[in-house]
Write a protein that binds this ligand. Structure first.
Ligand code: NI
Length: 254
């Protein structure tokens, strides 16, 4: 049984064959999923999806690309959405310095406001962080009670160890199957199994041999298979551990 801890199955690209994807997920043993918002509209869609299936849960929040839209009124609406018990995290929130479309100061303000909401509500955070490792860790340190996951982790092994030390989790995608994925492979091989989550980040990040195509949650076992191979474990062991980890983090009965 696999838990896809980060999916965007509400995206329009899944509508044409939605039922077929659910069937393939069931066949592949993908029995739980977190659907992640990246702005207000997708957060509402995530909650609507979680309301329709008792094995899907939702995260609400604004991605750094949408940071300019995060103000007090937006936070109030996220607070109202998060009152629904199907919402189990605030996310995805964070920092992305790869493209400078949104000024760093605006990204940092939105990140802090949403971490404060997670702190207030006692919910974990789902963090997107790219090329902003130092600022990311420094801002997290301002919210010592907040725990969560760095999803689609792209940092070094040292940074992964620092997150683990702070009680955080590291999410790995299909990137771990890519030929040039030196850092992700190092992290997948080395950090404690109790701190790893598996995810698709679909429709992005499809694992080999589907790299470059539309990803979907039925492919998350390929991520677990690669981690199992790297660690010399059975796929079942990795599946069970990562499912337990996600259930622990998101407050879901295992
Ligand atoms: Ni995502």
């Amino acid at each position: 049984m696999f838990f896809d801890s980060h999916a965007h199955l509400d995206e329009a690209c899944f509508q044409p064959d939605f039922d077929d994807i659910l069937r393939r997920m069931a066949e592949a043993g993908v029995t739980r999923m977190m659907n992640i918002g990246f702005d207000e509209a997708s957060s509402r869609r995530s909650l609507a999806l979680a309301g329709r299936y008792d094995w899907i849960w939702a995260a609400v929040g604004s991605h750094p690309d949408d940071a300019a839209a995060v103000d007090d009124a937006c936070i109030a609406r996220y607070r109202a959405l998060a009152a629904d018990p199907r919402v189990r995290a605030i996310g995805e929130i964070g920092l992305d310095y790869h493209y400078e479309d949104v000024p760093r100061g605006i990204q940092q303000t939105a990140f802090r406001m949403q971490l404060a909401l997670a702190d207030e509500l006692g919910l974990p955070a789902v963090v997107h962080e790219r090329e902003a490792h130092e600022d990311g860790l420094n801002i997290l340190a301002e919210f010592p009670r907040v725990r969560g996951v760095f999803h689609c982790f792209s940092g070094s092994l040292e940074m992964a160890r620092e997150l683990v030390r702070r009680g955080w989790y590291v999410g790995l995608t299909g990137v771990v199957t890519f030929k040039n994925a030196r850092k992700a492979v190092e992290v997948a091989s080395s950090i404690p199994l109790e701190r790893l989550l598996i995810e698709t980040d679909c429709p992005y990040m499809a694992p080999v041999p589907y790299r470059g195509r539309r990803n979907d949650p039925s492919l998350v076992p390929l991520v677990a298979e690669k981690i199992a191979e790297l660690r010399g474990l059975s796929v079942e062991t990795v599946a069970q551990a990562t499912t337990q980890n996600a259930c622990r983090l998101f407050g879901i009965d295992a």
